[in-house]
Design a protein around this ligand. Structure first.
Ligand code: ADP
Length: 490
């Protein structure tokens, strides 16, 4: 199959969050399975160019009709760790992608509407006719709308679109005037409640809603989150639309990059190990204690690695720290927040815990330290209020660190409780709790600490069962191909 990804991010060349990892990881898996995959991205001025090989001009004068005139673009081509990537660079006074960062501008809707249009113009002009166009989040949500309304008659009539929603909190709700420049015009038609009109703001269009209506298939990043967004408020207003169109909506779990996250080859670890040599993990634990200034002794290390965001259940993370300290366990936290107040809170907590030999809070972003923590800790705490997919729990499992998670979103699809899961005993891999409160968290933490302390042989069994899970791109890759195949033949 020939697949073109149109995306706002691709790791590591243009990455803000998990979306970038998915675009890279999925593309790689699809190629390994014998498909032809190309990725179309904006040429941001802040691209990490050291990750692009052989960058060269691929198409010099792409004229993109825009707002009654046309914008000239240069399209670049290069390999990003083996992936074929095209970068669209518009030459216009608005300098859409030369702003020093990726998102966060008043005209984001216009910037990405332009990118969506330019991507289709590029396919049209170069004679590229993919079987499937895969778009990601609201930034590229106009692609299926434009394709169907404007480009089907112009030579792109056989292309099918799969649209993935990574984050329902950002939907591209914007003033309908954006549509004028794209050539869609008629804001009263497209902004109607049964088209792109936003369900909550009747004066705005909702680009994600447009993508849902026009794409041939829509996915989100885990099966349980696909249920949640239809049946709870986690759909952020899109629940009724998704419910109505559920025959073309589903959840596919993200995969983890098993090359980057591998305790057998990880260059950041002082000691490599595998399931067969899991006792060597103790060496990494020693190194972690040394690095974090924790005292030695026979007590388990709990950890949290991730963004410090309300989504992650910050009050429960704090509670877990104090619960660990009260129960003769240790705690290591690595995280940073984008909100000033949250970072301040955690700095305050860090100062309060100064001199504490069983706890270390590291506030900041540190890729290398993350590897050491995932490998050196015994338990990972993830009490998220919501979690579309979640990677940290999958990384922990891979490194033989037992996850203690709230039963929500992708966490529910990946972690199965040691004591009460419906899964057979040999498939259980962690501890799970339901309620986002102290009692819920403690019920799971106490069972985890109890097993570590009283039943080391069983705890080891649980560790090995976690390491045996396969959360690589292998299964998700196959599921996406099934979706592509399904829409291609309809
Ligand atoms: P989200 O996408 O909501 O941030 P995920 O669990 O899906 O959460 O993915 C987070 C990824 O980012 C993980 O790989 C995690 O290790 C990494 N990460 C988050 N915060 C930090 C940090 N402060 N330092 C190092 N790695 C981090």
């Amino acid at each position: 199959m020939y697949i073109v990804m149109v995306a706002p991010e691709c790791a590591p060349v243009a990455k803000v969050g998990g979306l970038g990892d998915v675009v890279y990881g999925l593309s790689r898996e699809l190629e390994l399975r014998g498909n032809d995959v190309e990725i179309v991205l904006p040429r941001y001025d802040c691209l990490r160019a050291e990750h692009v090989w052989d960058l060269q001009v691929s198409y010099r004068d792409l004229w993109v009709p825009w707002g009654g005139g046309a914008v000239r673009c240069t399209v670049w081509f290069g390999f990003v760790h083996g992936r074929k990537c095209f970068f669209i660079e518009p030459h216009s006074p608005q300098a859409y992608f030369s702003r020093g960062t990726y998102y966060g501008f008043h005209d984001d809707a216009e910037r990405f509407a332009f990118f969506s249009k330019a991507a289709l113009e590029f396919l049209l002009a170069t004679g590229k006719r993919p079987d499937v166009i895969h778009t990601h989040d609201w930034h590229t949500g106009l692609v299926p709308v434009l394709l169907y309304e404007l480009y089907a008659g112009a030579g792109l009539g056989h292309q099918r679109v799969c649209h993935t929603i990574h984050n329902f909190r950002h939907q591209g709700v914007t003033d309908p005037h954006v549509l004028h420049a794209t050539g869609l015009g008629r804001p009263e038609y497209f902004g109607a409640p049964d088209r792109m009109g936003d369900d909550l703001d009747h004066h705005a269009i909702n680009i994600t809603r447009g993508a849902i209506l026009y794409a041939n298939f829509v996915t989100t990043v885990s099966p349980h989150h696909a249920w949640e967004v239809r049946h709870t408020d986690l759909g952020c207003g899109l629940g009724p639309t998704l419910y109505r169109l559920q025959q073309k909506f589903g959840g596919i779990l993200n995969g983890l990059d098993y090359e980057m996250w591998n305790p057998e080859t990880d260059p950041h670890l002082p000691q490599l190990y595998s399931a067969a040599t899991v006792e060597r993990k103790a060496e990494v634990t020693l190194a972690l204690r040394r690095r974090m200034g924790l005292r030695g002794g026979d007590r388990p290390i709990l950890c949290y690695v991730g963004r410090l965001d309300t989504q992650k259940g910050l009050h429960l993370i704090r509670h877990a720290i104090f619960h660990a300290l009260r129960n003769d366990a240790q705690f290591v936290l690595l995280g940073s927040g984008s909100e000033h107040g949250i970072n301040e809170d955690f700095w305050h907590l860090k100062r309060r815990l100064e001199g504490e030999h069983d706890c270390h809070l590291e506030i900041g972003y540190d890729e290398e330290l993350a590897h050491l923590i995932y490998a050196g800790a015994d338990l990972l705490v993830m009490p998220s209020l919501y979690e579309p997919c979640g990677l940290s729990q999958m990384i922990a499992l891979r490194y033989g660190t037992v996850p203690v998670v709230r039963s929500v979103g992708g966490l529910r699809d990946t972690v199965f409780d040691w004591d009460w899961s419906e899964r057979p005993r040999v498939e259980r891999n962690g501890f799970v709790f339901e309620h986002a409160d102290a009692a819920g968290l403690e019920s799971a933490l106490d069972r985890a600490l109890g097993l570590w302390r009283d039943e080391p042989a069983l705890f080891r069994e649980l560790v090995l069962q976690g390491m045996a899970c396969d959360y690589s791109w292998n299964h998700p890759g196959r599921h996406y191909l099934d979706v592509y195949d399904y829409i291609r033949h309809r």
